[in-house]
Ligand binder design. Structure first.
Ligand code: AMP
Length: 277
């Protein structure tokens, strides 16, 4: 396995090597990332894992500076999983001007709702870096976790709208034994916050249970969420149609093929999770 930090070297290394799988990450790899990597290794001749804490997807008051950077241990994990290349560029390598230019993500991508509402510009940065990675790596397949459901939807939309020649492979959410969705940000949690964080998945499991029992009106489901979680910490709870990411409103009846999503801020750590209904 080789760690490559320049676009030129990566392109040369990948030339005529056969089918390529790409797993874009920001590093601090955990079992969630591992599941994506394993899938790529099993489905492609070559697997590239990008490790890049992308500055353009962080807002000014967000955790870009303190985001965990653990390239050495990430490399050990990738090597053990059979990854061929880690692409770990600098910000200057990816963005050749000081302003870290982003594409403008059109609003019909719905970038200004759910996570995009509080994280203004976030999905513009995500779409930009993923688009750049697709053009650099030219993967046959790219692997994204359903943990970041809105991100996955936006990438799928970008690929279809811009005719990128890549198959997007959605991967299931990997959870801790007790249900907490794995995230590189979980290491920020104090023991007390970790206990509170667990309520997110427990609430989503409860919503799914209620839905499976035939409770399908938005108000009852929303009331249940606000009863189970500390409402002051909820950034949003929404249910969307999975094929359009259209948010159900007010008196809507929730249909199958929907996703319930929660964002919660505990001790300044922003956590997201979701569940298919
Ligand atoms: P990140 O490093 O957080 O940008 O995540 C890189 C990729 O891993 C994204 O496609 C995420 O959706 C995915 N991912 C992160 N956490 C999980 C998880 N718990 N289960 C499945 N995929 C995940």
């Amino acid at each position: 396995m080789k760690i490559i930090s320049t676009i030129k070297e990566l392109k040369t290394a990948l030339n005529n090597k056969g089918e390529i799988g790409l797993v874009p990450t920001m590093g601090a790899l955990h079992l969630g990332h591992k599941s994506l990597i394993e899938k790529s290794v099993s489905q492609n001749k070559i697997t590239v894992v990008s490790v890049f804490v992308n500055p353009t997807q962080f807002g000014i008051n967000e955790d870009f500076d303190k985001y965990p950077r653990t390239l050495e241990s990430d490399a050990d994990i990738c090597k053990a999983l059979g990854v061929d290349y880690i692409f770990a560029p600098s910000a200057n390598e990816m963005y050749d001007d000081e302003k870290n230019t982003t594409l403008i993500c059109p609003s019909y991508y719905d970038v200004d709702k759910l996570c995009g509402k509080s994280r203004v510009g976030h999905f513009d940065g995500v779409a930009t870096v993923v688009g750049k990675l697709f053009n650099i790596v030219r993967p046959n397949r790219a692997y994204f976790g359903k943990k970041d459901a809105q991100q996955l939807f936006i990438i799928q939309k970008m690929v279809s709208n811009l005719n990128f020649d890549v198959e997007i492979i959605p991967c299931p959410i990997v959870r801790e034994k007790d249900g907490l969705a794995m995230s590189s940000r979980n290491i920020y949690l104090s023991p007390e916050a970790r206990i509170e964080a667990l309520k997110i998945s427990q609430t989503l499991f409860k919503i799914k249970e209620m839905f499976n029992q035939g409770i399908n009106d938005l108000k009852t489901l929303t009331d249940a969420v606000f009863a189970l979680l500390d409402s002051e910490k909820i950034e949003y709870f929404e249910i969307v149609q999975s094929n359009s990411f259209q948010i159900y409103e007010n008196i809507d009846i929730i249909k199958p093929n929907s996703i319930a999503l929660i964002a919660l801020k505990i001790e300044n750590v922003r956590l997201i999770d979701n569940i298919d209904l």
